[in-house]
Ligand binder design. Sequence first.
Ligand SMILES: [Ca+2]
Ligand SMILES: [Ca+2]
Length: 249
Amino acid sequence: MKIRSVLTAASLCLSFLLLSEGAQAGLIPIGNAGFEQPAFGENEWAYATVAPIPSWTVSAPGVTAVWNPADGVYYDMIPEGQQVLGMDGASTVAQILLDTLAQDMIYTLRVEVGNRQLAGEAYSGYRIQFMAGGALIAEDNNSLFPPDREWRTSELQFITNSNTTNLGTNLEVRLTALGDGVSFDDARLEANSSPTQVPLPATLALFLTGLFALFRIAAVRNPTSTFKHWETVYSIPEICQTSSRTTIA
Ligand SMILES: [Ca+2]
Ligand SMILES: [Ca+2]
């Protein structure tokens, strides 16, 4: 009976660990995230006044274009597909997503930022914003400076909890060029559940389970031993659970 109770407790412990590790994870869809639409031929482009950009609203369509750069001329490489978003002046593209801001999640937004090489053109800088319900949640305000012809990955991370404002409102991504020479590509948003319990490493859990079983056997054989006292003070669920929650919301 004693052994059975130990096994039952160990099973509960391992079940707890498995539940803790069963976190949700996934990409949140962003429409036309790589600016492959509308599709252009090599070295072709059009301002959004002529060719609207699917899925995105544009604040200054007269200086904002989807562009298929001539290979190797303006950039050393293209981050995703064949096309990028190019800005010839200050402009913002924005997209409100179908997904809403959820509690206890870690959101990670990554966007490629490019410095186009064009004779006589300065690189003006950028701003990338993660919004919910029209309110700013997190932003990268021009923290990176890609060298000529190169790209850098902007990364924003935001952790929600029960106190986060605008839970349940629609997410939004905004990409802003502060002026000439700025390009964007390959926006992707990831959401992972924020663990409220940090699981012990599996090897440590097995070690503790085995150790506890030994104590139980020793206690059965010698009821007056200190093991018996230890057993009454601690239980397997107790030694398995550690609690940690990190929030910046
Ligand atoms: Ca692309
Ligand atoms: Ca090309």
